[in-house]
Design a protein around this ligand. Structure first.
Ligand code: BG6
Length: 489
């Protein structure tokens, strides 16, 4: 894609996401030679920067990061321009149009990145449309939209309806950065580039699958968003974890082309059995962190965090048990969980296989067989581990569990950040890692009834001390199956 001239317009350029993810990713793409010489990046925001002062600010912010090289950085910041204004003001879109018009050849192709509050998505789209900035008469006009896409099924429908009045589906890039993670993309490679897994990858051989995303951080100054528009189900399960589940469960796609991949993912999401609301606590559990200690540091509880509403019922932890009613997965539980202020930062897929049909070694009194596990680390380690049984050397027939462990990356190898991959894909026009509306909708269909039921519940979510593994009651989700959470690799 070197040589694709375009302008990257970032709305919310001084916000947390732009500073911590988008600009560092664009800097890396610049260094790796993926940005054509004439690519310009326009930051838009309310903070009254000039282009000069914004460049200086971004330079400082990037310098504070690792892996930054000053000559490359000085060249990179020359690409930056800034336009201050209110997104509610028609004059702003006028000025934006002038900037785009003045920006020479490359401005025929423009990417608009909405790194702003979801409440503004429609207003910005209408503002751009009214100023004729979404028309693709001479080049492409693409819009990148951050999650959450709506805050429930109904609002997602309304949002989609409003966007589709001004944008064709091919112009919309619904980003789910989790899908851009190296280790998440690797799920496809593990499944479809290796023959040894596929024959076992079904209800006949797999007992259950766990998908965990654990964080040590709390709301991190994002309480405004998290407390009102987030919560663990909306913020993580509806998007990231259901995407991981879809990638793990989908049928082989006919190709890696965007529609082929998304066709398979959406079938999985549409086959998820509705959660039984009559026995909700067997299927979905929510928690909220209380004060505690994370990595030796005392931390406040969720309700004491600045910006969190008094008595808020927003959950910072959620666990769900889901079933996929299709040929391959019928009756295999998928356990999804995520939480903030847990003991470790770790994202992990754990696949437990069934026991062999006959236990040759069981009666010996010495051996209790371990089931096979396949563990796939998403972060921080990108490791793949297989736990199998083997004979203990010696004269007795004793067995023990051994592990086959591999790191996906080799020492010193640079792992691309999810946003680098995704921002580059937008430039290339490759939508395979972006979500189609029917996927988003199907994911809301899964979680919406649960969220509605919780909204009627007058009790606070279960309190769990910061620094642990979430509420004890989350084990209840396993019933009497003998299963338990795998916390680590
Ligand atoms: C974001 C959520 O989408 O994903 C955050 O809004 C969460 O609350 C984050 O912390 C987790 O992703 P990562 O890549 O930082 O582990």
């Amino acid at each position: 894609c070197v040589g694709i001239s375009h302008a990257y317009v970032i709305f919310g350029a001084t916000g947390n996401l732009a500073v911590t993810k988008l600009l560092p990713a664009l800097y890396q793409l610049h260094c790796a030679g993926y940005l054509a010489d004439d690519v310009e990046i326009l930051g838009c925001g309310r903070t009254p920067f000039t282009s000069e002062t914004w460049r200086a600010e971004v330079r400082q912010q990037l310098l504070a990061r690792d892996e930054v090289e000053t000559v490359a950085l000085d060249n990179f910041v020359q690409r930056l321009d800034y336009l201050a204004g209110s997104l509610k003001d028609a004059a702003f879109y006028q000025s934006l149009g002038e900037w785009i018009g003045n920006d020479g050849e490359c401005a025929n192709n423009v990417i608009f990145y909405l790194s702003i509050s979801p409440d503004l998505y429609v207003e910005v789209t209408e503002g751009l449309a009214a100023a004729h900035l979404l028309e693709e008469s001479q080049g492409f006009r693409r819009m990148v939209i951050e999650k959450p896409f709506g805050h429930d099924l109904e609002s997602a429908r309304t949002l989609q309806h409003s966007l589709s009045e001004h944008l064709k589906e091919e112009q919309i890039y619904r980003i789910d950065h989790y899908v851009g993670k190296e280790a998440v993309q690797n799920l496809l490679v593990l499944r479809f580039a290796n023959l040894i897994l596929e024959p076992l990858w079904n209800r006949h051989h797999i007992d259950h699958i766990q998908i965990t995303h654990a964080e040590t951080v709390g709301v991190e100054g994002r309480a405004n968003y998290y407390d009102h528009s987030g919560g663990a189900v909306r913020d993580m399960i509806q998007s990231h974890l259901l995407q991981v589940m879809a990638l793990l469960a989908m049928e082989p796609p006919v190709s890696l082309e965007a529609e082929a991949l998304r066709n398979e993912k959406v079938k999985v999401l549409q086959s998820i059995r509705p959660v039984d609301l009559e026995q909700l606590e067997m299927y979905a559990i929510r928690g909220q962190y209380a004060a505690g200690e994370v990595k030796g540091q005392p931390v406040p509880g969720y309700l004491q965090e600045e910006g969190v509403a008094a008595g808020s019922h927003t959950e910072s932890y959620a666990a769900m048990k889901l079933y996929i009613d299709n040929w391959r997965w019928k009756d295999v539980p998928f356990y999804l969980r995520t939480g903030k202020r847990l003991q470790e930062r770790r994202s992990l897929v754990a696949v437990r296989f069934k026991q062999p049909p006959m236990q040759l070694f069981q009666g010996s009194g010495i051996y209790q067989p371990h089931p096979n596990w396949l563990l796939i680390g998403i972060q921080p380690e990108d490791a793949v581990r297989m736990e199998i049984s083997a004979k203990v050397p010696g004269l007795e027939m004793r067995t023990r569990q051994i592990v086959m462990d591999a790191s996906v990356s080799t020492p010193g190898e640079r792992k691309a950040e999810a946003y680098e991959e995704l921002l580059l894909d937008v430039i290339k026009g490759d939508r395979s890692l972006f979500l189609r509306y029917d996927e988003v909708k199907a994911a809301w269909v899964v979680v919406d009834p649960v969220m509605q039921r919780w909204a009627q519940d007058e009790q606070l979510p279960l309190q769990y001390p910061a620094g642990g593994w979430g509420p004890k009651a989350a084990e209840k989700i396993f019933g009497d199956s003998g299963r338990a959470w795998r916390h680590t690799l």
